[in-house]
Design a protein around this ligand. Structure first.
Ligand code: GLU
Length: 431
């Protein structure tokens, strides 16, 4: 299926060469966006770096009595608009640089949504699949202790990301609260609703991906009903986006998980395919006329392609083989700089992650408000307010896209960077 026309070392217009780390992609995107915004170069220079990166050692006792030592990070990028906000990732490839790049993206994501938060990201370099639930609990509680001084409801508020879930957030909240001597639900978001989590938080990133897909499809004079969609990843983002789009009449022809994908040109019954949360890695067990590899899925001839798994999947190697008319980024950083240039050159619109999957942090913001006010919202209210926030951000980005004649990514960056830069400008430098 793949007819490789370019090598992975191809250079982009910005001089980017693959392989590219998250921080390199994030910095290139910032530098490119800075050229489009009237912004003090000193502020751009500050935004190229995180404010602080915390690196901690996290030793735990394994179930067999041996001790294993892991490294954890919390990269705090910028807090000019409010407390740092962003997920915690448990994945073997977590590095300091990856957290810095992902933390930068959180700054823009919160700004594009106009949330009163800055950006951060953290995680532990660990393969959570190799740990028992008890081991994960010990790891999380010890990590919470190690970063306790640098997080808090008004300082830095972690949330779930790859390899972490509501259960992880419950342990973190409990460990923090026990040390503080008071129950502090606002220290993390993405908790189970019974301890102050928000209804609808789990499905929120996927819901925003679906909303943005619907809007962009309509922008290009099509209807979501009948639109064919391929989705890479069937976790919280992919499965929820797939099911919602399916509900709205789209034809979801392919979905995948880490083991590969299934394909049905007539459309899959997405509700019948167990998501990662209910049955991890079960996609391939579902009956379908054809199977596809994860690489093949990215090249399917569909109206919309949604990479919603890991980063850096659209690269110099496959961007020329993408056959979708529109790409909507469900994952964080799925497109390398070179691939982004190739897709732009090929007139394939790419709606960026910082807008498309921002439903997660937006409902995190709702959760934080509910925690502070000690008052829970109904699922209907969460859905209504999320829809309104997504519409507002979409309208702002779409107007910028139309006025400035730039890419969707540029438009989202212009909105986000202008807000962050204005806040820096207005607060000034201390002392
Ligand atoms: N990890 C999610 C993201 O990348 C959510 C972050 C949050 O809710 O703070 O957007």
């Amino acid at each position: 299926m793949s007819s490789q026309t370019s090598g992975p070392t191809e250079e982009s217009s910005t001089g980017a060469v693959e392989p590219e780390s998250a921080v390199e992609t994030a910095r290139r995107q910032l530098e490119h966006a800075a050229e489009l915004v009237d912004i003090d170069p000193n502020i751009v220079e500050r935004l190229r770096y995180p404010k602080k990166v915390h690196e901690v050692t996290v030793p735990i006792e394994r179930d067999d009595g041996t001790v294993e030592v892991y490294t954890g990070y919390r990269a705090q990028h910028d807090s000019v608009r409010g407390p740092y906000k962003g997920g915690l990732r448990y994945h073997p490839e977590v590095t300091r640089d990856e957290c810095v790049g992902l933390g930068m993206w959180m700054t823009w994501k919160c700004a594009v949504m106009d949330l009163p938060f800055g950006g951060a990201k953290g995680g532990i370099a660990v393969n959570p699949k190799e740990l028992s639930s008890d081991e994960k609990e010990r790891l999380t509680r010890r990590f919470a202790q190690e970063i306790r001084d640098v997080i808090g409801p008004t300082v830095d508020i972690p949330a779930p990301d790859m390899g972490t879930d509501p259960k992880t957030m419950a342990w973190l909240m409990d460990a923090y609260s026990m040390q503080q001597g008071e129950t502090t639900p606002g220290v993390v978001t993405g908790k189970p609703p019974v301890i102050g989590g928000s209804e609808g938080r789990d499905g929120a990133p996927g819901r925003s991906v679906a909303i943005v897909t619907r809007e962009v499809v309509e922008y290009y004079d099509r209807d979501v009903a009948g639109t064919s969609v391929a989705i890479q990843g069937y976790g919280s983002v992919g499965a929820n986006a797939a099911r919602l789009l399916d509900e709205w009449g789209a034809t979801v022809v392919a979905v995948s998980d880490v083991n590969g994908g299934i394909y049905d040109p007539d459309g899959l019954d997405t509700a019948a395919i167990p998501s990662h949360a209910t049955e991890p890695e079960a996609v391939m067990e579902h009956e379908a006329p054809q199977t596809v590899s994860n690489e093949e899925l990215l090249e399917l001839d569909v109206d919309v392609l949604i990479p919603a798994a890991v980063g850096n999947v659209l690269t110099a190697e496959n961007a020329r083989d993408v056959s979708a008319d529109i790409v909507v980024e469900g994952a964080n950083g799925p497109t390398t700089t070179v691939a982004d240039d190739i897709l732009t050159e090929r007139d394939i619109p790419v709606v960026p992650d910082i807008l498309a999957n921002a439903g997660g942090v937006t409902v995190s913001y709702f959760e934080w408000l509910q925690d502070i006010n000690r008052r829970a919202w109904s699922l209907e209210r969460v859905h209504e307010e999320l829809e309104a926030e997504m519409q507002a951000a979409w309208t702002e980005v779409r107007n910028t896209f139309d006025d400035r004649d730039v890419t969707w990514r540029d438009a989202a960056y212009i909105v986000a960077l202008s807000r962050v830069a204005e806040a820096h400008d207005s607060r000034g430098l201390w002392p």
